[in-house]
Design a protein around this ligand. Structure first.
Ligand code: F0G
Length: 482
């Protein structure tokens, strides 16, 4: 994106790339979308991609790749041990993050598995700005607990706070004082905090967290999966960083972190995962887990072609005109929905546009999964696939009691450089129509409920005949149109 001024009309985000390979999309009639949703058990994870028009489920592994990434993939060195591709990626990670040691893994949660197995013990407490689903599951599996320490602003749906992902420094200090240093293996900061709407932390906040960590001798761990958005927001919103380059901001963030890990399905726009550190002891502790769970140390379960693409993707992340496309498209979508009265998370974050289901369908009780129901309804009336980020994404407690989520969001993810502005306009149009017809949306109940990460595979059904009524209203309003 470039800050290009339009002479007529309002400025809109302008793409600084052109499309050279395309994939045909299907837009099914509403009746067929309803059938597909029924078959998927009202769970957008279970839809077939051929039935989806705009796949806004996630940005994971579905960002557009550049011509340079594709070209690099042809040069991959396919050897089990000592691959030149590994060296290339290792060198790029060292150049960008300044970390000497690199451990490859097949994706982000594999890094979390290794880190949790090495550092989390029964009774461990892990403070963080906010949890991510897979992060929490690995920590809990190893007997630890997650303590989220954010400022009140983090959970305010509508705010003008530029850095809702900040760690609450006073709470961090209190937590350490109350529980003692020995119980805390690391403090985790998640860039572009996923579950509260892709909200960033500030560089100053990270400096402050590091100061506290240094005082107590605690390791600072960075989840850099959504770093590219966070970098853009620091550059854009943090006055004191205006004159820093993206590379300089990245380097300072990296210098403040003892261990960095990321899902390369997001950062680097390919598919894989990585852990890096300059601490040899820490590296040695984690190393054997790579060979045990992932693969040999020079590929860690990744295809060497993907590793080539990650090396180029990381370099491209240093280009502001590349990393600002996602946040600027998201800001456009958020602002257009706001104009039409649709409740969305503000300020616009990275990752995607987050619709506030708690308000959109405030007539649906939380134990009937308002965000899940809204995600299903959005698909039925548009073919746009979003993701539930609410109570369905939580896990019941040991007694089977439903844990109600702090937020009920539908995430409409914006995979980077994938959609055109007219497609985004289409999504806005349909969501706005749905908002005017929101009273037709009803609740959901489980018919098949897995005990772990139930949102991936669980099957649900509607609590009334609302889905049919919604599809009929769509047909009445749109006539023959899809
Ligand atoms: N950390 C963060 C902040 C993430 O967003 C994700 C994945 C992971 C770790 C795990 O990485 O998927 O490569 O194993 N987020 C995806 C999403 C699943 O759709 O938001 P992974």
């Amino acid at each position: 994106m470039s800050k290009v001024k339009f002479y007529y009309g309002n400025d809109v985000p302008l793409e600084m790339h052109k499309v050279r390979i395309v994939q045909k999309l299907n837009l099914l009639p509403v009746e067929e979308r309803l059938k597909a949703m029924e078959e998927a058990g009202y769970n957008t994870f279970l839809l077939q991609n051929c039935d989806v028009f705009m796949d806004m489920l996630t940005d994971s592994g579905v960002n557009a790749m550049s011509d340079r990434q594709q070209a690099a993939m042809l040069e991959a060195d396919d050897s089990y041990a000592g691959s030149a591709t590994f060296t290339k990626l290792k060198n790029k990670i060292e150049e960008i993050f300044g970390k000497k040691y690199f451990l490859p893994a097949h994706q982000g949660r594999a890094c979390e598995n290794i880190i949790s197995q090495v550092f989390v013990k029964p009774g461990s407490i892990t403070p963080m700005n906010y949890h991510f689903t897979t992060t929490k599951s690995h920590i809990v599996l190893n007997g630890g607990t997650v303590e989220e320490i954010f400022y009140d602003e983090a959970l305010k749906i509508n705010s003008d706070h530029p850095f809702k992902g900040n760690v609450n420094i006073e709470k961090l200090r209190d937590l350490i004082e109350t529980n003692g240093v020995d119980k805390i293996p690391f403090v985790r900061m998640e860039a572009g905090t996923n579950l509260i709407g892709g909200q960033p932390f500030s560089l100053q906040n990270m400096r402050d967290v590091r100061k506290v960590c240094d005082e107590y001798g605690i390791m600072l761990l960075l989840d850099a999966s959504l770093l590219s958005d966070n970098l853009y927001f620091i550059k854009e919103r943090e006055e004191s960083c205006k004159d820093m380059s993206i590379r300089e901001i990245t380097r300072e963030i990296a210098d403040l972190s003892e261990v960095i890990y990321f899902s390369a399905r997001k950062l680097g726009s390919a598919r894989g995962g990585a852990i890096c550190t300059s601490n040899k002891d820490v590296y040695m502790k984690m190393r054997e887990y790579v060979t045990l769970y992932e693969g040999f140390l020079t590929y860690g379960g990744m295809s060497v072609r993907e590793m080539e693409a990650i090396a180029v993707g990381l370099e491209e992340t240093m280009d502001e005109n590349m990393i600002n496309q996602g946040p600027q498209f998201i800001a456009y979508m958020v602002e257009e929905l706001q104009k039409r009265g649709v409740p969305v998370v503000t300020p616009p974050g990275g990752l995607g546009c987050h619709v506030n289901a708690m308000e959109f369908v405030d007539h649906i009780p939380q134990n009937e999964y308002p965000a899940g129901a809204l995600a299903a309804a959005i698909y039925i009336i548009s073919g746009v696939r979003g993701m539930e980020r609410g109570t369905m994404s939580e896990q019941r407690d040991e007694d089977g009691t439903e844990i109600l989520s702090n937020m009920e969001l539908v995430r409409l993810a914006m995979p980077r450089r994938v959609f055109t502005l007219s497609q985004v306009k289409y999504a806005v149009d349909r969501v706005a129509w749905l908002y005017e017809n929101r009273n037709l949306i009803g609740g959901l109940k489980f018919v098949e409920e897995p005990s772990v990460l139930r949102f991936f595979f669980g099957k649900l059904t509607t609590t009334s005949d609302w889905a049919n009524e919604l599809a009929a209203k769509f047909r009445a309003d749109f006539g023959d149109s899809l």
